[in-house]
Design a protein around this ligand. Structure first.
Ligand SMILES: Nc1ncnc2c1ncn2[C@@H]1O[C@H](COP(=O)(O)OP(=O)(O)OP(=O)(O)O)[C@@H](O)[C@H]1O
Ligand SMILES: [Mg+2]
Length: 253
């Protein structure tokens, strides 16, 4: 199982094919324990597919994806998914469950006693900035898109898993709230020392949360960069992001 020197997540030449076409081709990278890896890429570049390979919703057609030292194909799926909190792209809350019930879903399946469960739900609501008295009893269709995303994030954090997968978790938020939550997320992952893979198509967001940034370009990995390396990269696939960052900087100055 996990050791200090072994990455928590490791793609080894992993490929995936859908509809007869390669969606991911020979992707190799690893995520160390406690590291936040951002997957940055345009729509359709294979980001969500990569996350699904990590929690074994999909299996690689070639190569391997290892989680905590073991190939996903060799994991007991229930145990694997218990180790992973997954905030999916379209949030996927249960519409007939309240906010509280949605967040409590996994701890309830784990048969947590009522008191512990209630305490955890309180903690999580506070973590994502949704005051209990106002939000706990609401249904998803009584929330804004951004509030729903926060519930999705709270649900992914519920069991305090060692690994977090976040698929554009802040996509529906206004820029100010988004910046706040990015900072909060960074603080959270650093203090809890959680390993995470964070998907975004926004370079600014990537730089705000990343330990390192893996750039996906049409299913291929263009490179893996620290924020500093990313900003100095001459790789072709990185240039459109640098251009956007420069444009944003010019607008704000
Ligand atoms: N079941 C499938 N059959 C055919 N093509 C698929 C299937 N699933 C995914 N694809 C294709 O694979 C590519 C990658 O999809 P994926 O969802 O991983 O992209 P993404 O980077 O997450 O995009 P977005 O930013 O829009 O969410 C897309 O071109 C998509 O159309
Ligand atoms: Mg996606």
């Amino acid at each position: 199982m996990a050791s200090e020197h072994q990455p928590d997540i490791e793609f080894s030449s992993a490929g995936y094919i859908a509809g007869g076409r390669p969606v991911l081709s020979a992707v190799s990278f690893s995520v160390a324990q406690g590291e936040t890896m951002v997957l940055l890429g345009r729509s359709g570049s294979g980001k969500t597919t990569a996350l699904k390979l990590i929690n074994a919703l999909l299996m690689p057609a070639s190569g391997q994806v290892r989680v905590l030292g073991r190939a996903t194909s060799a994991w007991d799926l229930i145990k694997l998914r218990r180790s992973i909190g997954y905030a999916i792209q379209d949030v996927g809350l249960f519409p007939h469950y309240t906010v509280e019930q949605n967040i409590a879903l996994l701890p309830r399946l784990e048969r947590w006693p009522g008191e512990r469960l209630a305490g955890r739900v309180d903690e999580l609501l506070q973590m994502v900035g949704l005051p209990r008295h106002d939000f706990a009893r609401r249904y998803p269709d009584e929330l804004s898109g951004g509030q729903r995303q926060r519930v999705g994030l709270a649900r992914a954090l519920a069991l305090d898993p060692p690994i977090l997968l976040l698929d554009e978790p802040f996509g529906a938020l206004d820029p100010t709230t988004r910046t706040d939550l990015q900072a909060e997320f960074r603080r959270l992952t650093q203090t809890l020392h959680r390993t995470s893979v964070f998907v975004t198509h926004d370079a600014q967001e990537a730089l705000a949360v990343a330990g390192r940034i893996a750039v996906l370009d049409s299913g291929r990995l263009a490179g893996v960069y620290t924020p500093r390396e990313f900003l100095a990269s001459s790789e072709q696939a990185v240039q459109p992001y640098l251009k956007m960052l420069r444009a944003a900087r010019e607008l704000s100055s």
